[in-house]
Design a protein around this ligand. Structure first.
Ligand code: SF4
Ligand code: SF4
Length: 135
């Protein structure tokens, strides 16, 4: 796969916003993969957590905002604990969700789910959704 990297991509406003909202230094990540290795949700993700960081480092914003990974992330924070660089990856996922929610790109609307569907959801999914919707 051919990857085009440009100064514009590296310095684009979305990447700056992710860093601002999350308070994390994206460039501190050296792609060890420990975050992804411990993530309980990767089977449902289209980008691994370390790939989210890499795409953000390289300014691949379209891939990031169209990825389902940020919505699948359950905010369990296992990745944060495993990161040898102390990066709060869950906050980076949250920052991306906040950016999209502020643009009104909601992925799941609990109000549209039936009572039966709500009863089948694991509690962590509900808690996670409330957190995602509270920005
Ligand atoms: S916070 Fe999200 S990305 Fe991190 S381990 Fe949990 S589910 Fe995976
Ligand atoms: S564990 Fe930390 S340093 Fe390693 S890939 Fe994930 S974010 Fe990067």
């Amino acid at each position: 796969m051919r990857i085009n990297i440009s100064r514009q991509k590296l310095k684009n406003p979305l990447v700056k916003k992710i860093q601002e909202l999350s308070g994390q230094n994206l460039l501190a990540c050296y792609q060890c993969g420990k975050c992804s290795a411990g993530c309980p949700s990767i089977s449902q993700m289209d980008l691994l957590p370390n790939q989210v960081i890499r795409y953000a480092q390289l300014g691949f914003t379209d891939e990031l905002i169209n990825s389902k990974t940020i919505w699948v992330c359950a905010s369990c924070m296992t990745c944060n604990v495993r990161c040898p660089k102390g990066i709060n990856i869950a906050e980076i996922m949250e920052a991306l969700r906040q950016i999209l929610l502020r643009q009104r790109k909601e992925h799941v609307d609990l109000n549209k789910l039936s009572h039966e569907q709500l009863c089948e959801l694991p509690p962590i999914a509900l808690v996670s959704n409330f957190r995602k919707s509270s920005s």
